[in-house]
Design a binder for this molecule. Structure first.
Ligand SMILES: CSC[C@@H](O)[C@@H](O)C(=O)COP(=O)(O)O
Length: 371
């Protein structure tokens, strides 16, 4: 998508053939990029959320293995890099998926062929992410067009949570892909952007990227969604996901579940945009089986933003010593609250039968243990 009119992706190979990313920690206030020269820098970039969002984590991790091969293309180096990167964030299945796909391709090759093959596959995965997101956006677009037909001349209000925009992917985004495509064809969309405490990905990232593209939007506090739904001000919710189970449970940023409950209570359709790599057929009961990332308490007790002089600064908002040791990064929305999954293969009911029919059995990936 565009930043100040110029097309960008979130990850690319620069003129020196180094992997470069947008360092999202500084958005929306500063647009800073970072070069990732070795596995340690990839580990930091994923763990400390310089880059984030399930699809992007998968692709950046794939590039991390390519860079590892450049330094040492042995089996030992490949598997060690896989283990290191796999341990960075537990919830988004795309991380396992991206690493496993790379290892399955590289391990059978002689070490001297691995660097070229690794960069080629990582680039292919980046391009594939872009086309899958575009494709699933077309299926979401059909849903938005349908609402537009029922409300001629009126705005279509779409609520989204966290950032499942292009910054969470290589391009287009998942939840935002349909929104960008609807906007591009002149449909009057308006997005309610949940701020998404504690890290505020909605306020800092979704609001920024929608604004850069010109999509009308309003930032709301996380607690406002239910009220807006009760007053008929939300036509549909579209969120992204970090992992969908074989029976259709959806893991996504903390707070998604509450939005799904409110949507259910108010007959507002609740859609989940899911590219194929985010489906994990090895998991059924999302609440019991998906590992939920436990994050630092400072995300609750502190906030970062611009101060009165325009400098980025961090302030404490809770009393010194208040316990903040419970900070789950994600929650699971049970399948029964999901109206449909918007996937690159088409719309899919969040049921075991519909998911199996559309996605079939997955080949077993080659996973290294994270411990
Ligand atoms: C297309 S991204 C879907 C999800 O990854 C997104 O909504 C989300 O939960 C991101 O979490 P984050 O912790 O910022 O990586």
């Amino acid at each position: 998508m565009k930043i100040q009119g110029h097309p960008w992706r979130t990850v690319w190979l620069n003129a020196d053939a180094q992997v470069e990313v947008i360092d999202q920690r500084f958005l929306p206030h500063e647009l800073i990029t970072a070069v990732l020269p070795d596995v340690a820098s990839f580990e930091r970039a994923i763990r400390e959320m310089w880059i984030r969002g399930a699809p992007l984590i998968g692709v950046v991790a794939a590039y991390g293995l390519a860079v590892a091969m450049r330094h040492d293309s042995s089996d030992t180096s490949l598997l060690a890099a896989q283990r290191t990167l796999l341990a960075t964030r537990p919830t988004a299945v795309n991380l396992q998926w991206g690493l496993a796909r790379m290892v399955a391709d590289l391990l059978p090759r002689p070490p001297q062929d691995r660097v070229q093959a690794a960069f080629a596959l990582a680039a292919h995965m980046a391009d594939e992410d872009v086309s899958m997101n575009h494709q699933l956006g077309l299926h979401g677009l059909a849903l938005i067009r349908e609402v537009a037909r029922r409300k001629p001349g009126q705005r279509i209000h779409i609520l989204t949570h966290c950032n499942a925009g292009w910054l969470a992917t290589v391009d287009w985004g998942t939840a935002t892909s349909a929104i960008y495509q609807a906007y591009n064809e002149g449909i009057g969309v308006h997005v309610w952007v949940d701020e998404t405490r504690p890290r505020n990905q909605g306020a800092s990232l979704t609001a920024w990227e929608l604004g850069q593209h010109g999509v009308p939007h309003t930032l709301i506090v996380d607690n406002a969604g239910g009220h807006l739904m009760q007053h008929g001000q939300v036509d549909m919710c579209i969120v992204g996901t970090d992992r969908v189970t074989a029976r259709g449970d959806v893991c996504n940023k903390i707070g998604t579940y509450l939005k799904a409950l409110a949507a259910h209570d108010n007959n507002v359709p609740f859609y989940v945009a899911m590219p194929s790599p985010t489906l994990d057929l090895s998991v059924h009961d999302g609440v019991r089986e998906i590992p939920i990332e436990d994050r630092a308490g400072e995300e609750i007790s502190h906030m970062t933003g611009l101060d009165a002089h325009g400098y980025l600064s961090t302030v404490q908002i809770s009393p010194t010593g208040t316990p903040t040791n419970t900070n789950p990064g994600f929650d699971v929305t049970p399948a029964r609250l999901v109206t449909a999954l918007i996937t690159d293969r088409g719309l899919c009911a969040a049921t075991p039968a519909a998911i199996a029919a559309l996605f079939g059995p997955q080949p077993q990936p080659h996973f290294a243990s994270a411990d």
